[in-house]
Every structure is written in structure tokens, then in C-alpha cells.
Design a protein around this ligand. Structure first.
Ligand SMILES: Cc1cc2nc3c(=O)[nH]c(=O)nc-3n(C[C@H](O)[C@H](O)[C@H](O)COP(=O)(O)O)c2cc1C
Ligand code: SF4
Length: 704
């Protein structure tokens, strides 16, 4: 297919100082939970981005010195020459596919507790660490000697970056996460020396490090500067006027400006709280203040919006972190006119949770993310099956759709059977909830792909039992029938059903999603699940006019959403909506008049009157079909059935991301017949002496 000429502008080459980007697609820095721990996996992930057509592929933030390290988060590292080979591997992968490799050097200063090195952090002043860390550690004020050291370390890291082969070297003053920005910010910098006070003084360190970097690269690479253009903290921090003044001072220094807004949770805001191109208003007009190319971000998934950004002079480069994670081949698909095939980011920030849990990055839309090297998965290519077979997928939710799509792309003959009238399962239901509309993209992408495949057949409003399945001659069966929320209170807190009174209606999330509503006005939601659903249901019901209280044993609502950087926004929204938030409490029983709750610390009980309750506690896999088939395993050989397995929530209820991933795993592992094949691991027993054989007790010398 030919490219739509409206998007030609996105494929113009753009010079960045001494290097040229082949188009305007720019993967901005993003961490990934792999960093210095998993160099091979990291290099393979970046290489796939380059293969997908990005002109620039950046690293994550890369620590330049042990005086500032981000343990327990696994970021990049370039402390000394020993770290260069891992970076060279990344660069080689990016260059192999014709992209430019950029490295984002960071000194995190008063944002980094230095749990690993135990070196006291430092920053502009003697201050508590920034809000991102709750460590009981303070940063110490940097002396003139420390500032000189920091410049030396940064210069050394630039030299190492060049040695590793990077084409673009970043100076990073963003997200309130770097020493350079801490110096720039009046809320962190109260110094009275040449580095504090006026904007010129506060910007001195940034300017010096930029000048150092330019001097060291000496035309062998481009120099980029990532800058938060508004701290979003009002008069406490810096804002638009300061940035305009700053660009007047140093606007021509770097070869490229990379603008973003606020802290990380502002910049990577989820779709529940922010739309595409949400930073446009903050960046608009800044390009006029510099002749250097400008990259900006905004979870860009629409080529029309991207082209508009360039045409209207807002940006020169379309910066993307999440859209490049969800679809590493986004540029190629636009170039080839395959717009319908773009796997659009849904804005859920499951990718961010990898960083927060120090585990390899994952993505709801792209199950291959983080698996490129360790499992050999590719976001677009699928290994042809050595033995194409007849595959049945029962259930058209996220796991079933992915299983069917990948099995079909691998060459199997796939039948997808769905009991209801529509595909999508929980995604179709949940995307109707407030703020989750974009989640439907999980279904739409897969249904679109299946529609284009001739070796799949989908059957809606169809149910099959074990008899049917054994009679049809399928060789592999995926039971992806989802899960059902429990209504008995069992979850993390209660391991047994709680006592309830029939007079009190208790609904599950499934009931609410199906449209059931209780009589009366007041509803209590008992959230012992702790992800988004309890909070979203509260938002839905209060919007419909119910008086809602949310009870949770945790100390804040939707607590796991700290990992998606939404918790504070969710809590604020629920409070603004007038929802009564009752933390450190659990529902212990139901009565005819409502519920009895207990404090999780003291156990003290109190009545909580209500007309109905909604329990968001845990789910039961819908696995009966799998159990029936397993019971008749003696008949499989005659029926031609080789394998059967539960997939996604029917296997073990979890996130939509886990369901999609499990769907792919099913389809990838069909031939091996084992879901337990070990994946590749970085650095296992390669650097240490092999263990010595234990002496046989009989060989021991006699003890004196
Ligand atoms: C998983 C993830 C990790 C990130 N890590 C970094 C990082 O290491 N350094 C950085 O400057 N920005 C980081 N960011 C912010 C992104 O570069 C980007 O500015 C932000 O996500 C907005 O762009 P997007 O809407 O295209 O995702 C990260 C974003 C995500 C989603
Ligand atoms: S995990 Fe969610 S937010 Fe992150 S890239 Fe994937 S779809 Fe987008």
C-alpha cells in the first residue's frame, strides 16, 4: 500500500547538528526495568524499535556515577569503562537498522537515595530527597568541589558514550529527577553562591554541562537537551516566562531540544486522565525561540495529529515513548499506508509498572515488549509453525483474541468461538467505564487483524461443550473463557466467605458492568483488589446519583496504581466527587441494614449503613470446560486432540496485559507442548568461577 501524501511531512529527513535523522519519528528516552541488569534483552528491544522505522532510538536514563544511582529501579549505567560493552551492544542493534542511537545521561542527585552504593546523595542544598522517594535520607549541599566533580563525571560519561558509538548525547534536566533541573528550580535551589538566586545563576550548571558536552563530543555526535518546560507547581517552581528567558540564554547551545512538562506522572499521564497531544499548549511557541529542532511528546498515535504538529510548527520531531512501546513498527506502518494495522497505545501505563516493580517492561498492547531476546518474540513477525494444526480458541476476550491471532499468523487453522454477541470480553465491558474508552483498542487491533486472515473463522453466540470439542477433531484447544468476580468477600483479606444477610443486595463488578443497579441510594464498595476497578466503579456509580463509600484495607485507594503513576489522581478524583473514602477498614459481615466494617489495625468494629454493597475482591477462573476436557483425557487420542490449556484469566485472573501475554504464549508454545520452556537470561554464571564439585564424603581427609 502507498503512503498517504498527507503524511509525507513525517518522512522528511532532519539534521540534528552533525547527524541526520532519516525521518521525524523519535523514540524519546524510556526506562524498561531491564537496564544494566539485562543488557542483551535491552539491546534486542531497542533494535526492534530501529527496525520498526524510528529515526532516533534513545536509551533510558543512564546513571553516570555511583554518587547517584536509582536502586531498586534498574536503569542504564555508565559508571566506568566496564559498562561500555553493554552500551555498544545497544548501539550496534540500533545502527543495524539504520537509526541514530541517543543516550540520556543522568545525575539524579536529590532524587536518588543511593540504596546500592550508600553514598549520601547530593543536590543544591541540605534538603530532604524529592517527593518520589520516601527514604529516610537527606541530600547534602554540593560544594564548589562537588560541582566540579559532577562536571568531570559528566564529561567522562560523554567520552564513554562516544566510545560506545552513540550519535546523540543527552544533557537531562527533566521530570524533576536530575541535579541539573534541581539547580534550575527555585523550589529546590536556595543557594546564595554563583549557582543560586537569579535564573542565570540557577541555569549556570546546566549551561556549563551543556558546554562541556559540546566540547567533548567535538562534532562527533549531536548534543540534545531534555528540559521540563514547566514544573507545574505554580510560583514555587519555574514556568513559561522563565523558560522563555532561559531559551534566550542557551537556546542555541544544544543541537536539539527535547521538551516535556512537569514530573514523570504529568508527562506520562494515563488515558484516564489525559488525552493525546496533552502537552501541546505548553510547548506551543517555544520552537520560535530557537533555530534548533524540537522534539515533544503527547502519546501520539494518530498520524493526522503528528502531521499537524509538524505543519503547524509546534514540533520538528514526533517524540514517543508509549506509542513506540505499544507499536515499535508505527513509523513503518504509516510509511506503508497500513494505518489500520497500528497497535495503538491505550494509555494504561502497565509499561511503567515494569520500572516500579524492577521487572522487565511489559505492555498491554504489545506482548512481545521485553520478550524480544529472552523468548525470541517479535512484535510483527511470527515463526511459521512446523506442523500447522486445527486450533480451537474458546472465548473472544483479550487472551482468546491474541491466542487466535498469533496461532493463525503462525499458519494454524483457527476457529474462535465466543458465547456472547461481541468480541472483546472484559475489554469490551470495561472500556465503557469512565475514562477507559481507549482500552477498546486491545480488541479493535486484534479483531482487525483476524478479519484480514483467511485461515480463521469466528463464531459469535456459540458455546461448545467437551462432547462438541472432542467430536470436531481439533488438535489444540485454548480455553480462554475469562473469570467471574466473587460475591462472597473472599480476596486478600478474607480467605473464607463472610456472613451476609439476604436482605442486603450484594453486587459484583460483573453485575454492575451488565447494568444491574440496586434499589436505594447508598452503596458501599469493598475494594480488596486494589487496582483500578474499585475506584472506577465508585466513579461510575456516583456519576449515576448514588451516594458511594469505598472501603479498603489499604491506606489509600486503588493502591496498585502507584505503579501506573495514577494513584494520586484517582484519590483526588474520588474525593472531588464526594466519595467517602474509608481506608484501613474491611467489611466483616453484612446485616439487613448494611455492613459492619472493622479497622485493620485495632479490629474495632463499626456499623456502616447502606442500601447495597459491591464487592471487588477476587475472581474465579471460568474453567469448567477445561476441567471437563481434562476429565476425558483418555478420549483425546481417538479424537485427535494433542493439547488443551486454559489461557488468560481462565488460567489465573490478572491484568489485561497478562491475559494478552498468555494468549501469545499459548500460540507460541503450541508445538513444544510445554509452557515451561525456560527463557534466556542475561549474565547467568558467565562472570563467576564455575562451582567446584562437592567432595565425596569418602574422600575427606580424616578429621583430627
Ligand atoms: C515506561 C516509561 C519509562 C520512561 N522512562 C524515562 C526515562 O528514563 N527518561 C526520560 O527522560 N523519560 C522517561 N519517560 C518519559 C517519556 O520519555 C515520555 O516523555 C513520556 O512517556 C511522554 O511520552 P509518550 O506520551 O509518548 O509516552 C518514560 C516513559 C515511560 C512510559
Ligand atoms: S502498557 Fe499501556 S500505556 Fe504502556 S505502551 Fe502499552 S498500551 Fe501504552
Amino acid at each position: 500500500m502507498a503512503r498517504d501524501p498527507r503524511y509525507d511531512v513525517l518522512f522528511e529527513p532532519v539534521a540534528i547538528g552533525p547527524v541526520v535523522a532519516r525521518n521525524r519519528f523519535y523514540q524519546v528516552p524510556h526506562c524498561n526495568g531491564m537496564g544494566h541488569r539485562d543488557p542483551s534483552a535491552l539491546a534486542a528491544m531497542r533494535a526492534v524499535k530501529a527496525e520498526g522505522g524510528w529515526a532516533v532510538v534513545s536509551t533510558e536514563e543512564v546513571e553516570i556515577h555511583p554518587s547517584s544511582e536509582l536502586t531498586p529501579y534498574v536503569e542504564g549505567r555508565l559508571w566506568d569503562d566496564a559498562d561500555i560493552p553493554a552500551h555498544a551492544l545497544v548501539v550496534e542493534g540500533i545502527h543495524r537498522h539504520g537509526a541514530l542511537a541517543a543516550i540520556e545521561l543522568v545525575h539524579s542527585g536529590m532524587s536518588a537515595p543511593n540504596y546500592h552504593t550508600r553514598i549520601p546523595p547530593m543536590g543544591p542544598g541540605h534538603r530532604a530527597l524529592t517527593r518520589g522517594s520516601d527514604a529516610p535520607i537527606q541530600a547534602r549541599a554540593m560544594t564548589a568541589g562537588d560541582i566540579a566533580d559532577l562536571r568531570t563525571w559528566h564529561r567522562a560519561a560523554v567520552t564513554r558514550s562516544l566510545e560506545a558509538g552513540y550519535d546523540i548525547v543527552y544533557v537531562y534536566a527533566g521530570h524533576s529527577l536530575t541535579t541539573l533541573q534541581h539547580f534550575l528550580s527555585p523550589r529546590h535551589n536556595r543557594r546564595t553562591d554563583a549557582y543560586g538566586g537569579s535564573l542565570e545563576n540557577r541555569a549556570r550548571l546546566l549551561r556549563e554541562v551543556l558546554e562541556d558536552t559540546i566540547e567533548v563530543v567535538d562534532g562527533r555526535a549531536a548534543v540534545a537537551c531534555r528540559l521540563a518546560v514547566d514544573e507545574l507547581v505554580g510560583s514555587e517552581g519555574y514556568g513559561r516566562a522563565d523558560i522563555e528567558e532561559l531559551l534566550g540564554m542557551i537556546g542555541e547551545l544544544p543541537d536539539l531540544w527535547d521538551f516535556m512538562v512537569g514530573e514523570w506522572d504529568d508527562d506520562s499521564v494515563t488515558s484516564r486522565f489525559g488525552a493525546e497531544a496533552g502537552q501541546e499548549g505548553h510547548v506551543l511557541g517555544l520552537k520560535r525561540l530557537t533555530t534548533k529542532p524540537v522534539v515533544g511528546v503527547g502519546r501520539f498515535t494518530s498520524p493526522d495529529t503528528m502531521a499537524r504538529m509538524v505543519r503547524q510548527g509546534v514540533l520538528d520531531f514526533i517524540g514517543a515513548a508509549r506509542p513506540s512501546i505499544a507499536d515499535p513498527f508505527l513509523p513503518t506502518k504509516i510509511e506503508e499506508g497500513r494505518i489500520d494495522e497500528i497497535r495503538e497505545c491505550i494509555g494504561c501505563n502497565i509499561c511503567v509498572s515494569g520500572d516500579f516493580t524492577s521487572s522487565p517492561i511489559r505492555c498491554t498492547q504489545n506482548p512481545a515488549m521485553g520478550e524480544e531476546w529472552r523468548r525470541g518474540w517479535h512484535p510483527e513477525r511470527y515463526s511459521a509453525s512446523r506442523r500447522p494444526a486445527r486450533v480451537l480458541v474458546v472465548g473472544g476476550g483479550p487472551a482468546g483474541l491474541e491466542a487466535a491471532m498469533v496461532a493463525a499468523k503462525r499458519g494454524h487453522e483457527v476457529s474462535l468461538v465466543e458465547a456472547t454477541r461481541q468480541l472483546g470480553g472484559r475489554v469490551a465491558r470495561e472500556s465503557r467505564l469512565p475514562g477507559l474508552a481507549e482500552w477498546i483498542r486491545v480488541r479493535d487491533y486484534r479483531v482487525g487483524q483476524l478479519d484480514g486472515l483467511s485461515n480463521t473463522s469466528s463464531y459469535l453466540e456459540s458455546t461448545l461443550d467437551a462432547d462438541d470439542i472432542l467430536g470436531y477433531g481439533f488438535e489444540h484447544v485454548a480455553v480462554a473463557t475469562g473469570a467471574t468476580w466473587r460475591g462472597d468477600g473472599v480476596g486478600r483479606w478474607h480467605t473464607r466467605p463472610i456472613s451476609l444477610d439476604r436482605a442486603l443486595p450484594v453486587l459484583t463488578p460483573d453485575d454492575v458492568l451488565a447494568g444491574a443497579r440496586p434499589e436505594g441510594q447508598s452503596i458501599v464498595i469493598f475494594d480488596d483488589d486494589h487496582y483500578y476497578l474499585g475506584g472506577v466503579l465508585a466513579e461510575l456509580l456516583v456519576g449515576e446519583g448514588f451516594a458511594v463509600a469505598l472501603v479498603t484495607p489499604m491506606t489509600d485507594v486503588s493502591t496498585w496504581t502507584h505503579n501506573t503513576m495514577e494513584q494520586h489522581r484517582i484519590q483526588a478524583r474520588l474525593l472531588e466527587l464526594g466519595i467517602a473514602i474509608r481506608t484501613s477498614e474491611v467489611v466483616v459481615r453484612g446485616t439487613a441494614d448494611g455492613l459492619v466494617v472493622a479497622n485493620t489495625y485495632t479490629g474495632r468494629e463499626a456499623p456502616l449503613g447502606c442500601d447495597a454493597a459491591v464487592f471487588v475482591t477476587s475472581r474465579r477462573p471460568e474453567e469448567q470446560l477445561a476441567l471437563d476436557l481434562a476429565e476425558r483425557s483418555g478420549e483425546w487420542a481417538d479424537a485427535g486432540l494433542l493439547s488443551m490449556r486454559t489461557v488468560g484469566d481462565a488460567h489465573a485472573p490478572g491484568t489485561i496485559a497478562s491475559a494478552v501475554w498468555d494468549g501469545r504464549r499459548f500460540a507460541e508454545d503450541l508445538e513444544s507442548g510445554s509452557e515451561w520452556a525456560l527463557f534466556r537470561r542475561d549474565g547467568v554464571l558467565t562472570a563467576i568461577d564455575p562451582p567446584q564439585p562437592r567432595p565425596d564424603p569418602g574422600d575427606r581427609p580424616p578429621t583430627p
